[in-house]
Write a protein that binds this ligand. Sequence first.
Ligand code: FES
Length: 182
Amino acid sequence: MAADPRDPGEQDASSRRKILKIGVGALGAGLVAIPLAPALGFLAYPLDGAGVAGETGFLAVGKRSGFGADVPVRVDLYADRTDAWNRTKNVKIGSAWVIEVEGGLRAFSTVCPHAGCAIDFDPAATKFTCPCHRSFFTLKDGAVEEGPSPRALDTLELRVEGGLVAIRFQRFRVGVVEKVVV
Ligand code: FES
């Protein structure tokens, strides 16, 4: 016998079936989304611009009085990092060499433009140097003096405000002549 649509009992049963279908559908979507979440987060990372809080901003690295001429000072830059699930405070995002040149400060990335090794300071030669393939760079402007680096050291934007030095950290493509932000 066909169910009477006017029967209140049948209407309740029909509503329960609809709610059950919606619930099962939502549960299924949730189960699919859980394993995909890290991948989706990874895909969203470069798009939402929230990968490293402050990465595009200026990060304080110390007092102006802490930097002088002749001997560069290496500083580490820290920022809060956010991904799809977590926010981690004070993650090291990079380093820079800071030196005073003609009364002003300059900051150079410590990433070698040749293949990405860490740039060092050679006090005997009074030059920046890369130990990987022996590139040498001037202290004044980071120009290549010797070695395979295809370009000068990458300068970073630097500000002095209220006696504090702040640097805007960026990464650049290695192995190419042009300075290209990555
Ligand atoms: S990585 Fe620096 S010279 Fe090759």
